[in-house]
Design a protein around this ligand. Structure first.
Ligand code: HEC
Length: 156
């Protein structure tokens, strides 16, 4: 098989993996790492990340996401980012509509140009949001290279 065909088939496999995660919401049964509310339009991440989000790690990623230095996630690690709108209701804030589901899938052979991570994201209706992993996702995650490109740290 030609190299380009190999790359294409590898890409289709990982798209299928992320697509399956999207459909099943399986990550909700993984390990909850953290949650965060971005409520102020003044925050630089408000657009597009305003709302309440939760981060989940699969079992393979868990020991490494607990470290705050010298991280090197093993292949097969997956992190999920689930963002809902924030709604005010009778004095409390609750989750509104789903806005974004995003995934980072570690496969160092497949994604050498993006730190070994495949980046996938969908809007609330499951439509693909990523055209270019590097430009749309990796360049910002590159700020935390020393954390192996994963911002979140699991607190006991
Ligand atoms: C402008 C910067 C920026 C861009 C662009 C960005 N992210 Fe993130 N991402 C963050 C930050 C900051 C966090 C950590 C949020 C927290 O601490 O709760 C994060 C968290 C995540 C997480 C949870 C793991 C982690 O790193 O904490 C995933 C998965 C994720 N992003 C995927 C993506 C995908 C896929 C894209 C591209 C569509 C993307 N991100 C684009 C800044 C960005």
């Amino acid at each position: 098989m030609k190299r380009s065909a190999l790359i294409l088939s590898a890409l289709l496999v990982s798209l299928a993996v992320a697509g399956k995660l999207f459909k099943t919401g399986e990550y909700k049964r993984w390990n909850h790492v953290k949650s965060m509310v971005i409520y102020s339009p003044k925050h630089p991440l408000y657009n597009p990340f305003g709302g309440i989000h939760h981060v989940y790690a699969n079992d393979r990623a868990l020991p490494t996401v607990k470290k705050s230095s010298r991280r090197n996630f093993p292949d097969g690690s997956v992190l999920a980012f689930l963002l809902y709108e924030l709604k005010e209701s009778g004095g409390v804030y609750v989750e509104g509509k789903k806005k974004i589901e995003a995934f980072m899938v570690k496969d160092s052979e497949r994604y050498p140009k993006t730190g070994g991570w495949g980046f996938f994201a969908y809007d609330g209706k499951g439509r693909n949001l990523v055209k270019d992993m590097r430009r749309d996702c990796f360049n910002c995650h590159a700020q935390v290279k020393e954390l192996d490109y994963v911002f979140s740290v699991y607190k006991e």
